[in-house]
Ligand binder design. Structure first.
Ligand code: PBG
Length: 324
């Protein structure tokens, strides 16, 4: 609307002025850095489709944790590459499994670091699906039990928060119940509440060696065409006891983040996933975009949409930039 006495404003937007009226702020303390842990000793291998991201062995975690904490990134989420996989994904809840070892190492070397764990079976099953197969189909109910024991084994090893990413129905409730029954009432659940069947997970599946051997994940992950369903999924998780709701991926789903922010009063997290990271890295390496600025603008857009927390492979880079 144009008022009769309207005069165009001529505000001089220098940096002080911009800072004065800035609505959205990024902070290293609200970033979660994903770590890939593999068996062995003294090893660090770069993931080819994710430049700057590495698979590391348990003994390297202390150093990694220090680096994160020094940058103000106080949270990490762990993904494991087990020594062996089997159809039941039993490595996921083994007492001396890769993640259980990793949690203990981190709690030992950097007790102040918040350790989140991804609770899923796809990294541990020989077929690469997120659950137990019956007649080649993921069976929801038999998977719930295995997920619950996985979450419990993480809590026993010292995890600060568990994050179920499998998308089975009822898993948040099942995990809450087993944690409560075993005196882990204080361990919160960050639910991958709204997880789309997305092609943006491609590089992660190389990183964690967990591409399904047959079929795909569309049977249990959400259709990118649906938004109202996201509210339904999130409502179920809230009713079952989720403490943080996550949307994944992030940038192609900013509208979903925004809707969840408006509907729920829980903290909202967004996962800026592997493919989103890889695209920025690739274009940056080619000199087609300014990688640093695109990183900052992208993470800012996720926050502006309504996310409180961002899981991102850029966490350390962004923290370094915020330091400058
Ligand atoms: C499942 C899981 C996946 C990601 C996080 N947890 C893979 C999948 O659903 O296929 C993807 C994260 C990313 O792409 O960065 N354990």
């Amino acid at each position: 609307m144009i008022f009769p006495e309207y005069r165009p404003r001529r505000l001089r937007r220098n940096e002080s002025f911009r800072a004065l009226i800035r609505e959205t702020h990024l902070s290293a303390a609200q970033l979660i850095y994903p770590l890939f842990v593999m068996p062995g000793k003294g090893k660090k291998e770069q993931i080819s489709s994710m430049p700057g991201v590495f698979r590391i062995t348990v003994d390297q975690l202390g150093k990694e944790a220090r680096e994160c904490l020094d940058l103000g990134v106080n949270s990490v989420i762990l993904f494991g590459l087990p020594a062996k996989k089997d159809p039941m994904g039993s490595g996921a809840h083994a007492k001396d499994g890769i993640i259980q070892q990793a949690i203990k190492e981190l709690k030992n070397k950097a007790p102040e670091l918040l350790v989140f764990t991804d609770v899923c079976l796809c990294e541990y099953t020989s077929h690469g699906h997120c659950g137990i197969l019956i007649n080649e189909q993921v069976d929801n109910d038999s998977t719930l039990e295995v997920l619950a024991s996985t979450a419990l084994s993480h809590a026993r090893a010292g995890a600060d928060m568990v994050a179920p990413s499998d998308m089975m129905d009822g898993r948040v409730g099942e995990i809450r119940a087993i944690l409560d029954d075993n005196n882990f009432q204080h361990v919160p659940i960050m639910s991958y509440a709204v997880k789309y069947a997305s092609a943006f997970y491609g590089p992660f599946r190389d990183a964690a060696d967990c591409a399904p051997q047959h079929g795909d994940r569309r049977g249990y992950q959400m259709d990118p065409a649906n938004a109202v369903e996201a509210l339904r999924e999130a409502t179920l998780d809230v009713e079952e006891g989720a403490d943080i709701l996550m949307v994944k991926p992030a940038v192609a789903y900013l509208d979903i983040i925004h809707r969840l922010r408006a509907e729920f009063d829980l903290p909202i997290a967004a996962y800026h996933v592997s493919g989103e990271y890889a695209m920025i890295k690739a274009a940056g390496a080619n000199g087609w975009i300014d990688e640093e600025r695109v990183m900052q603008e992208t993470l800012l857009s996720i926050k502006r949409a309504g996310a409180d927390i961002i899981l991102t492979y850029f966490a350390k880079d962004m923290a370094r930039l915020l330091r400058k």
